[in-house]
Design a protein around this ligand. Structure first.
Ligand code: C5P
Length: 488
């Protein structure tokens, strides 16, 4: 984490009323240490748990607290405050704050700023487990996710009220990692000019104020060209570059895609009921396989498991019961997912078959195509003549093809195809050869393997969708979205 630089990045940290608000001070410290310019915004509830003085002292910048303060309004103004950021983080986000955000209430400074802001929002909820699992909170979370808001947590664990369950604020390093993942994503969006104009109109309507036109230079972030009809953009408040076209658009913490140790705290699988994949069971394979040569040596590949694990987390975030069959990886297990660890391809196949029946299977693992014909039971020794032993290989079972033709075939089978050339052409051929329904073809000529971003094409019998280069978490969220649509 020490290596992460957020120099020059402006983060508005909204601290709402939760006993976990004290952790926001640690988060502000981590952000400041990484060079971010943090402005604290304390809600009335938040101010009951941390003092304005503490937050202001740690951020080293004037604090925002009151929508109606003449002094604050004159110095900064809530619209200007909203527009001079790269990211708005709500941590902790209480149940009440989520409800206010979902409803678009603007009766306090945090509400007004969130409504005026058109860029990325990261929310770290914290509340009692019963409040988190209440359908009202579930509906609010789903609404916010559909608008492109990214969530991290809440985590499972002991609560302040001597209870235990899902509702704990994610730890500050995990929230920091999620913030860094968003800010380091080259595509992360500042509000575009058309959206800004539409927001001007919308906000003037809400506040009854006329806002002076804003110069496009108030943020260092580059402003992109209009992405759509301004009126529509204003109505949905969709942050550019995080918007999804479909109805179940669910974002999840980029940290859950395995961007670092802190990611283990990102719980994406514990959202309250009524979600698009509730009641559906999905199998995901992820990571490489290790094919033993002897007890200490094996054949493997460079797959990190980041994409497969992110898909498992994204499916769980939409309410699916997920079985993740994973080869050896170092990325953390996604929370709320049944993870079954294996090493070799044959074990992966057995674990997948044991997980059937499922509604859908996503084979994202980089399964070794061949394995040594025989694995020595003792460590192979160098002979006197130092000659290399012969290496005979035999093909591994094809898990994707086996599942596609299985007696208990999942309704939807999705494969991956890592290609360095003729990506779509090869993927089409693979679709037919393997008998699966969709192929996510990824271009691995760059740094996709082991990297944090992916450029993919979704190849279905109906056609090809070219997706832009996206963080793996976002690819996962879009795919989970599409799977939810297909299973409905
Ligand atoms: O044939 P190829 O390895 O390119 O196919 C990639 C797709 O097939 C991926 O979805 C991968 O998970 C799956 N696969 C498999 N079992 C294998 C080889 C590949 O499930 N033995």
């Amino acid at each position: 984490m020490a290596a992460v630089s957020l120099a020059g990045k402006r983060v508005l940290l909204v601290v709402s009323g939760s006993v976990a608000a004290y952790k926001a001070l640690e988060l502000a410290r981590l952000l400041g240490k990484a060079g971010a310019e943090v402005t604290g915004l304390l809600t009335a509830g938040g101010a009951r748990f941390v003092t304005p003085h503490a937050l202001q002292a740690i951020t080293g910048r004037p604090l925002a607290t009151d929508l109606w303060s003449l002094e604050e309004e004159a110095e900064r103004g809530h619209i200007r405050l909203a527009r001079s950021q790269d990211l708005v983080v709500v941590a902790p986000a209480s149940a009440d704050r989520l409800a206010r955000m979902a409803a678009g209430l603007a009766d306090d400074l945090a509400g007004a700023v969130l409504l005026a802001w058109g860029g990325p929002v990261l929310v770290a909820p914290a509340m009692n487990p019963s409040m988190w699992s209440h359908p009202a909170t579930g509906a609010n979370v789903a609404t916010l996710m559909a608008r492109g808001v990214t969530f991290i947590g809440p985590d499972d664990g002991p609560m302040a009220e001597a209870e235990s369950g899902v509702g704990r604020l994610s730890e500050p390093p995990a929230i920091f990692a999620a913030i860094a993942a968003i800010l380091e994503d080259p595509d992360h969006g500042a509000p575009d000019a058309a959206l800004e104009a539409a927001l001007d109109a919308a906000i003037a309507g809400i506040t009854g104020e006329a806002e002076a036109p804003r110069a496009a230079t108030t943020s260092d972030s580059s402003f992109t060209a209009s992405a759509g009809p301004p009126a529509e953009a204003a109505a949905h408040h969709v942050p550019p570059n995080t918007a999804h076209a479909s109805s179940f658009s669910a974002s999840f913490s980029p940290a859950a895609a395995g961007n670092g140790d802190a990611a283990s705290h990102a719980v994406a699988g514990t959202l309250p009921g009524g979600l698009p994949l509730s009641g559906k069971r999905v199998l995901v394979t992820s990571g490489p396989t290790h094919e033993p040569l002897d007890p200490v040596r094996y054949i493997a590949n460079r797959s990190s498991g980041k994409q497969g694990h992110a898909i498992a987390a994204a499916l769980a975030a939409l309410g699916a019961e997920v079985v993740l069959v994973s080869g050896p990886v170092t990325v953390p297990d996604p929370a709320g997912v049944d993870v079954r660890r294996i090493e070799a391809a044959r074990d992966m196949l057995a674990a997948c078959e044991a997980a059937l029946p499922v509604d859908a299977a996503v084979c994202a693992a980089a399964v070794a195509d061949w394995r040594p014909a025989e694995a020595a039971t003792q460590k192979m020794k160098k002979g006197e003549d130092q000659a290399a032993p012969p290496l005979a290989l035999v093909p591994n079972p094809d898990i994707l093809a086996t599942l596609s033709r299985h007696a208990s075939r999942p309704r939807l089978v999705v494969g991956f195809a890592a290609e360095t050339e003729k990506v779509v052409e090869h993927a089409r051929a693979k679709l037919a050869r393997k008998g699966c329904d969709w192929i996510v073809a990824n271009d691995v000529s760059g740094d996709a393997m082991g990297g944090d971003a992916n450029t993919v094409h979704l190849v279905t019998p109906g056609g090809v969708e070219d997706w832009p280069r996206l963080p793996k978490g976002e690819v996962a969220a879009r795919l989970a979205d599409r799977i939810a649509e297909a299973l409905h």
